[in-house]
Design a binder for this molecule. Structure first.
Ligand code: GDP
Ligand code: IMO
Ligand code: MG
Length: 422
């Protein structure tokens, strides 16, 4: 059984919580794209953990977590996460496997991320500043440095020197400190010693798991509309977020995936710049941000908040082949008298679909709303579908009808047991 979990909107939908929950029945949980721009929060008896690189299945004792080739890793962030988790699981080496193919975010990638953003000024993407764009640019330009390179320090040094020859003039031009190969190499090699024991070919591991009919769960990062190809370019991330990325980044054939569950927030949020048709820049948006604690798990930035957008969810369902929704943060909508839901877009009074809009058009369209009644009860303690208020059930039924995809899980709080199966 292979399941894929994806973010349905602009990230931070609650993928971490859902993966942690479903991983109870998984043998493997695999991150296959993105890097430490992700922040996947898990709340459990040990505390609250915003995991950036290590898969969200790690708290399940029997689960083996895999960082597959498509992930880009910052050695310092990875080392810190490993050190934090070793305190809880002294035998972490039995639970974590990292692909030697994964590309490494080098110090110059982070500097260049900042320089790119500064150069774009008002039109900036609003990145997390983690070097994600630049590390992918090097990857597709055949300049990248991979974890496996650290096993051959002499060749690594040559690669680093070539990169610095190319990057230092840029750093100088934009007023950043130029980098010397020696200290960069020393520092990165030292960090690598903490990571080396976890390296192994993940392809063989997963193929063997498939043969043995193990349960594998792929954990997507970011969200559909941050996809480099199909998102709101250039206000996107550098990786592919769509379901197909599981093959390139995870090393598994598309035909092996049995279920594709997309995690959608019961409303919409976005952190960073770019168009957001249902954004609420008024006190309703503020209220959602406050109740939903909508602040980035990675950067702490306030998330922009707005109504649920079904035009977006329909596109997510189509392009990814979504088989079910996990609807999260339903409890945040408690107490709203009326809930608005966007059902379609209009541009100068003519209907227009998401796919026909570029980022500029998307900023101009007007959402068409349907108003649905809210509910006054608190639902964070509800455990069964039957006990949800009628208006909450109607809200969910409306999403199912408009998207043609069933809602399987309803999340009413950050903890594992605050989840209703429908
Ligand atoms: P991810 O990046 O998709 O894993 O999501 P984040 O962890 O960045 O953001 C989701 C936030 O909402 C985290 O703080 C979660 O603990 C929290 N959360 C997840 N599900 C729910 C829910 O159903 N209700 C509430 N109130 N909080 C939730
Ligand atoms: P998770 O996995 C929300 C956004 C950034 C910015 C754009 C590009 O926690 O859902 P990048 O640093 O990737 O070059 O930034 O993408 N972004 C996210 N937004 N959740 C995330 O991850 C994100 N990862 C990147 O805010 O708009
Ligand atoms: Mg997040």
């Amino acid at each position: 059984m292979v399941t894929l979990i994806l973010g349905a909107q602009w990230g931070d939908e609650g993928k971490g919580k859902i993966v942690d929950l479903l991983a109870q029945k998984s043998d493997f949980v695999v991150r296959f794209h993105g890097g430490n721009n992700a922040g996947h929060t898990i709340v459990n008896k040990y505390g609250k953990f915003p995991l950036h690189l290590i898969p969200s299945g790690i708290f399940n004792p029997k689960c083996i977590c895999v960082i597959a080739p498509g992930v880009v890793v910052d050695l310092e962030v990875l080392k810190n996460e490993i050190e934090m988790l070793v305190k809880i699981f002294p035998d972490l080496q039995k639970k974590l496997v990292i692909s030697p193919r994964a590309h490494v975010i080098m110090p110059y990638h982070k500097l260049l991320d900042g320089i790119n953003e500064k150069a774009k000024g008002k039109g900036k993407t609003g990145t997390t500043g983690r070097g994600i764009g630049p590390v992918h640019a090097d990857k597709v330009s055949y300049l990248g440095i991979r974890l496996s390179d650290f096993l051959r320090p002499q060749e690594l040094k040559t690669k680093l020197e070539i990169n610095l020859k190319l990057k230092n003039p840029l750093l100088k031009t934009f007023g950043a400190d130029q980098l010397n190969a020696e200290p960069v190499l020393r520092n990165q090699m030292e960090l690598f010693t903490s990571i080396k024991p976890y390296l192994a070919e993940t392809f063989t591991l997963l193929q063997t798991a498939l043969l043995r009919k193990k349960h594998i769960l792929f954990e997507g990062a970011q969200g559909m509309f941050l996809d480099n190809e199909w998102g709101t370019y250039p206000y996107v991330t550098a990786s592919h977020v769509v379901s197909g990325a599981v093959t390139t980044g995870g090393g598994i054939a598309p035909t092996k995936i049995k279920e594709i569950m997309a995690v959608a927030k019961a409303y919409t949020t976005r952190v960073g710049d770019g168009p957001f048709p249902t954004e609420l820049t008024n006190n309703i948006g503020e209220k959602i941000r406050k109740i939903g604690s909508e602040f980035g798990a990675t950067t702490g930035r306030p998330r922009r908040c707005g109504w649920l957008d079904l035009e977006l969810l329909r596109f997510t369902a189509q392009i990814n082949g979504v088989s079910s929704w996990a609807l999260t943060k339903m409890d945040v909508l408690d107490g709203f008298k009326t809930l608005k839901v966007c059902t379609s877009y209009k541009l100068r009074s003519k209907k227009i679909n998401y796919v026909d809009c570029d980022a500029i058009t998307l900023a101009q369209i007007k959402p068409v709303y349907k108003s649905l009644p809210g509910w006054s009860q608190k639902i964070s303690g509800v455990k069964k579908w039957a006990d949800l208020p009628k208006a909450a059930k109607n809200y969910i039924a409306f999403i199912e009808k408009e998207t043609g995809v069933p809602v399987k899980l309803i999340s009413v709080g950050p903890e594992r047991n605050q989840t209703i199966r429908k």
